[in-house]
Design a protein around this ligand. Structure first.
Ligand code: NDP
Ligand code: GDR
Length: 359
């Protein structure tokens, strides 16, 4: 297929999921590095480009005009073939996914279509275009694949035990990437990333839900909010650090899979406490199990309730990553600490709620 790009001197990257949290930070990083960045966006009835609008609204300021968005979908093979054949990217970052674990129990078939078969479609599209020897592929794999953990901390060799339709779909994607790498000598890597958050995190993931709610309580917009399992523990890092690791993986001589994590785990309860502490408020925890509540010490007002509707049919209780391989071979290490992550998210949500109390 003919390369229809006007600017052939620069590296070209194609990002699926460019409108998501990671896609937006990765686009920024690649533009800073001088890439021509192409992104696949879905048609939606409302605007879904809020996280990247600063990049294309003033393209000359940010990118020298080198970001291009294309309509597409991971469920549509023909569009993937057309885009890859036309753009002829040097690197593809496959970040598109139905990425919410709890939602995957309700949308199990769709999650498999996008997250599992979508990855297969992308790999086949690369081969259909005859570009399997030239394109480098990054696959957004996940610590959720470890699920019911078989060893702690988890590393590249830890056995998988997925606990949700999302994790099962991502496990298929992981293995099909490994299989195509071995079968067709493709440069394809799995980044097994542990949870990473930021002010751009989707509003229904727990960290963002907490920082938004605590900001609203602090500004007297609401009195209390509801959560599910307060005892699950996650290894939370900052998304900005993690997209760097994605890029680093594709700059290696050989394609390999890497765990990316901070090596530190905290419970949901600790994240709540750290967020309240940041605005100078203390919470004490009363009750047990379903009746558990978190009261503010100074006022005695209940600020956090547990609602079983947020419990998952099968939970992942505790994830903790060992990123030694990424440190050794990529020279990657996280820069942002847990407290700095909470601060970054709280500052952004306080500002947002001050600006727009209805947000
Ligand atoms: P988000 O949910 O923020 O972004 C997902 C992106 O995928 C969005 O751009 C979304 O588009 C797009 N998308 C969803 N369905 C389709 C589809 N059918 N076709 C094309 N695009 C689609 O996720 P994150 O940025 O947090 O995560 C990026 C990737 O990394 C995901 O694959 C996720 O599963 C994985 N991951 C994330 C981790 C994390 O902690 N954040 C950890 C490990 C892995 P739209 O904006 O239109 O909804
Ligand atoms: P996770 O992130 O499932 O780890 O997947 P999420 O923030 O949704 O949940 C983390 C933990 O918090 C508990 N929890 C709640 N979760 C949500 N969403 N809402 C609540 O009200 C709530 N209360 C408690 C959950 O039960 C869970 O234990 C994220 C996604 O980004 C995936 O795409 C990615 O692969 C993994 O991280 C690594």
């Amino acid at each position: 297929m003919e390369n229809q790009n006007c600017d052939t001197g620069r590296k070209r990257a194609l990002i699926t999921g460019i409108t998501g949290q990671d896609g937006s930070y990765l686009a920024e990083l690649l533009l800073e590095k001088g890439y021509e960045v192409h992104g696949i966006i879905r048609r939606a009835s409302t605007f879904n480009t809020g996280r990247i609008s600063h990049l294309y609204k003033k393209p000359l300021e940010h990118t020298g005009g080198s970001m291009k968005l294309h309509y597409g979908d991971m469920t549509d093979s023909s569009c993937l073939v057309k885009l890859i054949g036309t753009i002829q990217p040097h690197e593809i970052y496959n970040l598109a996914a139905q990425s919410h674990v709890q939602v995957s129990f309700n949308l199990s078939e769709y999650t498999a279509e996008v997250d599992a078969v979508g990855t297969l479609r992308l790999l086949d599209a690369i081969r259909t275009c005859g570009l399997e020897k030239s394109i480098k592929l990054y696959q957004a794999s996940t610590s959720e694949m470890f699920g019911l953990v078989q060893e702690t901390p988890q590393k590249e060799t830890t056995p998988f035990y997925p606990r949700s339709p999302y994790a099962c779909a991502k496990l298929y994607a992981y293995w099909i990437v490994v299989n195509y790498r071995e079968a067709y000598s493709m440069f394809a890597c799995n980044g097994i990333l542990f949870n990473h958050e930021s002010p751009r995190r989707g509003e229904n993931f727990v960290t963002r839900k907490v920082t938004r709610s605590v900001a609203k309580i602090h500004l007297n917009h609401i009195e209390c909010f509801k959560l599910g399992n307060l005892d699950s523990k996650r290894d939370w890092g900052h998304a900005k650090d993690y997209v760097e690791a994605m890029w680093m993986m594709l700059q290696q001589e050989k394609p390999e899979d890497f765990v990316v994590a901070t090596g530190e785990a905290h419970s949901v309860r600790e994240f709540v406490e750290a967020s309240f502490a940041y605005v100078g408020r203390d919470i004490e925890w009363d009750g047990e199990g379903l009746n558990e509540v978190g009261k503010e010490k100074a006022t005695g007002i209940v600020r956090v309730r547990v609602d079983p509707k947020y419990f998952r049919p099968t939970e992942v209780d505790f994830l903790l990553g060992d990123a030694s391989k990424a440190k050794k071979f990529l020279g990657w290490k996280p820069k942002v600490t847990f407290q700095e992550l909470v601060k970054d998210m709280m500052d952004a949500d306080l500002e947002l709620m001050r600006r727009d109390p209805t947000a």
